[in-house]
Design a protein around this ligand. Structure first.
Ligand SMILES: *Cc1c(COP(=O)(O)O)cnc(C)c1O
Length: 496
């Protein structure tokens, strides 16, 4: 069955998968969603005999129906290869009865690699299929992890340039070092004076700037997005939920048909939406637990049915979740509103104007499978320490937020369903916070002393991604105000 992609904000003609990937965002500012969610064509038992790449093909072919088998397999095999430091790609680790789905074994040690190692291949294939002659300019706002993963994915990919904006004081020292040391003649990294939402809004405005698009076209450029609004990022993320279930089945941790819960540390709502898609495709998922940090706008939304971003933006030790506008939630809102594009456009315009919107009682009922939870900073640190003390397993701060919410949820509800926690970053990416949580004595050490110490106490080898930045020179030092983003972009493209 052919799957097309339509906008969440108007009833314009649906486009093919490759066109949706190329565009990133629909012309009306809406997000692309599949016209229907496909059902898996193989059983969980059949899929449990396949490796990651094979499962990826079985899932992604259902969404990217205008890609040939050869094209899609080429994309998959070019992405999920030795850039990952384990053959399983996304292994499960069991600690205190919970299964941690480790999504951080790729090139930049955060779960963003799961999608961003394949997106450049999907995008360049899409460009070829649609006879695009312009150079593709990837424009991205990052709360820390997307930026590096996108840079690594797109560095020196012919026919592309990549420009990444990050909040200058809103990312971890290791995250910043990873980005500003990025090699590749086509890469640009810019710190902005502002927070992630400022960066994301600035990027969205550039995408919506038709005059700029025209000027760029004349010079042979066009924008595309590596942010999680791109359907080309969402689809590869569905894969690892299917995969996780089939591994639990293969290892006898679940019996056929038995349900699993998933707990996802959430920011832009991309990762958990992928889990929801997996559930809709037939994976036996029961509850989808959405974990927030102190920026608990989603928790409040699930409690009340009101999404309200009018609150202080709090910088936490889980910076990739420091977000007040969760872009991908729009896809869910659209779906539970019966795919009513007009009503959705009104809500998003209210979010834009007033910073809030409401959903109806009917829509709230559709959210029964979602549970919201949040963890304070103190709870997050305590969790890291206790898990380490109890079983020697070290998790990063984002995963710890999910761990706290998982425990709270189980305690409150008595739900004993087997649970998978999405483990979204290596503890090596947030070494200072993690080590301080385990013992405050580490506070006086330098970032790389902490790295060596973490290796000692966890017994986990220092990942390549960390080794390579120890001595790497800084190659990007541009910093700008949030209203200077456009001129910075034009300068990089030689248009000024
Ligand atoms: C991006 C990110 C998240 C949030 O994921 P979303 O898909 O934006 O909800 C959580 N943890 C880490 C480590 C991340 O990099």
């Amino acid at each position: 069955m052919e799957i097309l992609y339509k906008s969440t904000r108007s009833d314009s003609t649906p486009v093919k998968a490759s066109e949706a990937i190329l565009k990133g965002l629909a012309n009306d500012g809406g997000l692309f969603v599949p016209t229907s969610l496909p059902k898996l064509s193989l059983s969980m038992e059949e899929l449990s005999k396949m490796n990651y790449q094979e499962v990826a093909y079985e899932v992604m072919k259902l969404f990217l129906t205008d890609f040939t088998e050869e094209e899609l397999k080429h994309c998959i095999n070019s992405a999920y290869d030795s850039k990952f430091d384990v053959e399983e790609i996304a292994p499960l680790a069991e600690a205190k009865g919970v299964y941690y789905l480790e999504l951080f074994h790729g090139a930049t040690i955060a779960f963003k690699d799961m999608a961003l190692s394949i997106l450049p291949h999907l995008l360049t294939t899409s460009a070829k299929k649609n006879n695009v002659k312009n150079e593709i300019v990837i424009l991205t706002a990052t709360s820390g992890d997307t930026g590096k993963a996108a840079l690594a994915g797109f560095a020196d990919v012919p026919g592309t340039k990549i420009i990444v904006f990050y909040p200058k004081n809103g990312v971890s020292p290791i995250q910043e070092k990873q980005m500003v040391t990025q090699k590749g003649a086509n890469t640009h990294v810019v710190g902005i004076h502002g927070n992630f939402d400022d960066a994301q809004t600035g990027v969205k405005n550039l995408f919506a700037d038709t005059e700029l698009a025209k000027e760029m076209d004349e010079k042979g450029f066009q924008f595309s997005s590596a942010n999680s609004i791109n359907i080309g990022r969402l689809v590869p993320q569905v894969v690892y939920y299917v995969y996780a279930y089939t591994r639990l089945l293969a290892n006898g941790k679940l019996t056929a048909g038995e349900k699993m819960n998933v707990v996802v540390p959430t920011g832009n709502f991309g990762n958990i939406l992928a889990a929801y898609y997996a559930k809709n495709m037939g994976v036996p998922v029961d509850k989808l637990v959405c974990a927030s940090n102190d920026n608990k706008v989603l928790y409040d939304f699930f409690q009340t049915g009101t999404y309200d971003r009018n609150r202080d933006f709090i910088l936490t030790a889980s910076p990739s979740m420091d977000i007040l506008i969760s872009s991908n939630l729009e896809r869910l809102i659209y779906k539970i509103a019966g795919e009513d594009a007009t009503a959705n456009a009104e809500r998003m315009s209210s979010l834009n104007k007033n910073g809030s919107y409401n959903i109806t009682e009917e829509m709230k009922k559709e959210l029964a499978d979602f549970k919201g939870g949040y963890a304070t900073e103190a709870e997050t640190f305590e969790f890291i320490k206790k898990l380490y003390d109890d079983c020697g397993y070290v998790v990063d701060t984002h995963t710890a937020v999910a761990g706290v919410v998982c425990e709270k949820y189980q305690k409150e509800t008595g739900d004993t369903t087997k649970t998978v926690v999405a483990s979204t970053a290596s503890p090596y990416k947030f070494t200072r916070s993690v080590m301080n949580a385990i013992d405050p004595k580490y506070d006086s050490m330098t970032d790389f002393e902490l790295v060596d110490e973490l290796c000692k106490i966890s017994g986990v080898d220092v990942p390549n991604a960390i080794e390579e930045i120890r001595t790497a020179p800084v190659l990007h030092d541009t910093v700008c105000e949030k209203d200077e983003m456009k001129s910075v972009v034009k300068k990089f493209l030689g248009m000024e």
